[in-house]
Design a protein around this ligand. Structure first.
Ligand SMILES: [Zn+2]
Length: 433
């Protein structure tokens, strides 16, 4: 019998399926359209008789699932500018920048992103354009806009709300507009009118948001740069805590083991965003090398280095406590540019995740945390064929994730442009670091 469609047979040296099992030596994957039909040892993966097959021979390469970045800001520039400055730009400019960022992510091997905070309708419309095949992007999960209190973190993007009625109305509105999940600023942050060491929404408001989201089967994630936000989020049954920094209202650091126990008991995912802190350190170190720093910048560098060390130590404790830490870059926020997701995975590796667990933090576990594990995150039959071809095995060294040869998105080999333009995506590590 004949088959209409052309199958793709992909062969490789080391096949990491992303389930956590050891890689398969001399593996193969058979693709039928956008999906994986079968996967296993080369000898076991046989196309149906009479089928047309296109062969992709990567016999000297490693294959793994496409990366999933649970925390992106596609409007951003990653050049150190504040959210307030970003917000002054026209939506059209932010949309164009978002396209650029989405492409950088995809070309670097990120095949799914979750957007954590854009302005107005920029990402809502961009996702529609991507769905309509006007442009090629990673799979996108969007929040629409982050929910904020008046003057709260990222409130300038368009969703400042007060009281139970307003928070419910805006949650429903975002879902109506196409939000895949609800992002909430549960504490202040870098927004100048906000209070980073204090919680933002009152408990009744926070619960109203999560109840509304849950009613429609939507996940929730809270931005928390201080402890009270984390405590409130646990009580409100939030699915993911972003940043997860343990700061007291006076700005002091106090790791809270009892809170971490609660996070573990409830199975809440943690996206600690280590590299976005390091990205400011790196930006300042570059400047120090090149032209030197002002006194103010030296002080900032010291304080960021301290923040990073403390957060890194806390992440190690959370890993030891059994919490699931997920790769979410926070790019292109602050000085962290899209297409550099691997720096965050590297930070989790430094914090104590094994090479395998680091890899799972940006594939399988990330997919689970975003509610898309049934379609992506591992290479298994029936799932979407989002996969990476790598020059070297990242289980030997997590930094091998940088060395991507090819990217397949939904079974299609992505045209990633010239070697030179690909190289320009990666941010340089400072030599002083
Ligand atoms: Zn963020």
């Amino acid at each position: 019998m004949g088959y209409k469609n052309v199958f793709k047979l992909i062969k490789c040296s080391d096949l990491i399926d992303g389930t956590g099992k050891r890689p398969i030596k001399d593996g193969a994957i058979l693709l039928d359209g956008s999906k994986i039909k079968s996967i296993g040892k080369e000898s076991e993966v046989v196309p149906p008789e009479g089928a047309k097959v296109e062969l992709y021979d990567y016999s000297n390469y490693t294959i793994m699932p496409g990366m999933i970045d649970c925390h992106t800001h596609n409007n951003g520039f990653g050049d150190g500018r504040l959210g307030e400055e970003l917000n002054l730009l026209a939506d059209e400019i932010l949309t164009l920048q978002s396209v650029r960022n989405l492409r950088a992510s995809l070309f670097s091997g990120v095949t799914t992103i979750r957007e954590n905070g854009p302005k107005n309708f920029t990402l809502i419309n961009l996702k529609k354009a991507s769905d309509d095949k006007l442009l090629l992007t990673p799979r996108m999960l969007i929040c629409g806009r982050p929910l904020s209190i008046i003057g709260g973190h990222m409130g300038y993007f368009g969703s400042e709300v007060t009281g139970i009625d307003e928070v419910k109305a805006e949650t429903r509105n975002l879902i109506k507009l196409g939000a895949d999940y609800i992002k909430i600023s549960a504490t202040g942050g870098s927004t100048q009118t906000s209070f980073p060491y204090r919680h933002s929404f009152n408990m009744d408001e926070l619960i109203a948001i999560t109840e509304e989201a849950q009613k429609f089967g939507k996940l929730t994630a809270t931005h928390c740069v201080s402890s009270q936000g984390i405590v409130n989020s646990i009580q409100a049954d939030v699915d993911m805590i972003i940043h997860c920094m343990f700061k007291e209202p006076d700005g002091s650091n106090k790791y809270r083991p009892e809170v971490v126990d609660d996070l573990f008991q409830k199975g809440i995912y943690i996206n600690p965003t280590l590299h976005v802190v390091r990205s400011t350190i790196w930006r300042l170190l570059h400047k120090k090398e090149e032209i030197g720093l002002t006194d103010h910048e030296e002080t900032l560098l010291d304080s960021r280095q301290r923040d990073f060390e403390i957060h890194l130590k806390n992440c190690t404790k959370m890993i030891d406590n059994g919490l699931k830490l997920i790769t979410g870059s926070d790019s292109s926020w602050s000085s962290y540019q899209s297409g550099n997701t691997v720096y965050e995975t590297e930070c989790l590796n430094i914090a104590g995740l094994s090479n395998m667990d680091s890899l799972l933090s940006v594939t399988k576990e990330a997919a689970k945390s975003l509610g898309v594990y049934d379609i992506v995150g591992t290479l298994e039959s029936g799932k979407e064929a989002d996969l990476l071809v790598l020059n070297k095995n990242p289980l030997d060294d997590i930094n091998n994730l940088w060395d991507v040869k090819d990217v397949f998105l939904g079974g299609m080999l992505v045209n990633r442009g010239s070697e030179k333009s690909l190289k320009s995506i990666r941010q340089r590590r400072p030599s002083l670091n």
